[in-house]
Design a protein around this ligand. Structure first.
Ligand code: ATP
Ligand code: MG
Length: 241
């Protein structure tokens, strides 16, 4: 992995007064049930400030991916609200919500969702193009996740861990205010995982962004400023280990 290749290096965003006061993310009394009324999330409250890197842990099936999907507006809650930079997603029109997601959100999906017919550079450039920006930073972002010079490759030529790094590069390339990462190091060897986590943390701090990382790994959680446990439908602070 290339040293000092983080796309954040040249662009440090200073927090302005307003963004220091308004949380980057607020979940208020979120409730979600599935199927025959099984409650997955119940009255879930969560506040995340700009510059914070939070890890969410919890047993498989407890609702971690569901929570990220609700925050991203990819799924809807039965009740409660999600505010991003103070804007309530549910109160926005579909167009405005889509724009907000494009500009402010980066999402590393548990199942990657890399587009198979696009090259790696094209995949990483998608958020830039959707925001009307130049695709040029895509190659640097690939280099930052250790895929220097691989921009012309197609996803089928990659291992699972390499695909995961493409997904991470795509989530970071437009410097989102809010990064949602679902098991971002689940397919990586320990050394690569360490480097990717350092990158996620560095980008969070340099861009004054806010990051929510779902993980089953204690080693990954150790990179976070705080660790929350999802259990019984809501988030609990975890005390010192
Ligand atoms: N679309 C859906 N329809 C019905 N049930 C669902 C749906 N999506 C998720 N669930 C259920 O909701 C619960 C929470 O799922 P979720 O994927 O959020 O768990 P998770 O905490 O991310 O688990 P893992 O650690 O295994 O990824 C599970 O019991 C799952 O079966
Ligand atoms: Mg999950």
């Amino acid at each position: 992995m290339r040293e000092n290749a983080s796309a954040a290096d040249n662009h440090v965003h200073m927090p302005d007064f307003a963004s220091a006061l308004v949380p980057a993310l607020e979940c208020r009394r979120l409730r979600k049930t599935y199927g025959s009324g099984r409650i997955v999330l119940s009255a879930l409250d969560f506040t995340l400030h700009a510059g914070e890197f939070v890890a969410i842990m919890g047993d498989s099936g407890v609702g971690k991916s569901t929570l990220l999907n609700l925050i991203a507006g990819l799924d809807t809650a039965e009740s409660g609200d999600v505010l991003i930079d103070g804007a309530s997603i549910s109160s926005l029109s579909d167009d405005a919500a889509t724009r907000l997601r494009r500009q402010k959100l980066g999402f590393v999906f548990q199942a990657f969702h890399v587009l198979p017919h696009l090259t790696l550079a094209q995949n990483v450039a998608v958020p830039l193009l959707l925001n009307g920006q130049s695709p040029t930073p895509a190659e640097d972002m690939l280099a930052a996740v250790g895929l220097d010079g691989r921009g012309g490759d197609l996803p089928r030529q990659l291992s699972g861990g390499e695909l995961q790094r493409v997904a991470i590069a795509r989530a970071l390339v437009h410097r989102p205010r809010l990064l949602l990462a679902d098991e971002p190091t689940g397919n990586l060897d320990p050394q690569t995982a360490h480097e990717v986590l350092e990158l996620l943390r560095a980008e969070t701090k340099a861009n004054h962004a806010a990051t929510v990382m779902v993980t089953h790994s204690e080693a990954a959680a150790a990179f976070a400023d705080r660790v929350l446990i999802l259990a019984d439908g809501t988030l609990h602070a975890r005390g010192p280990q």
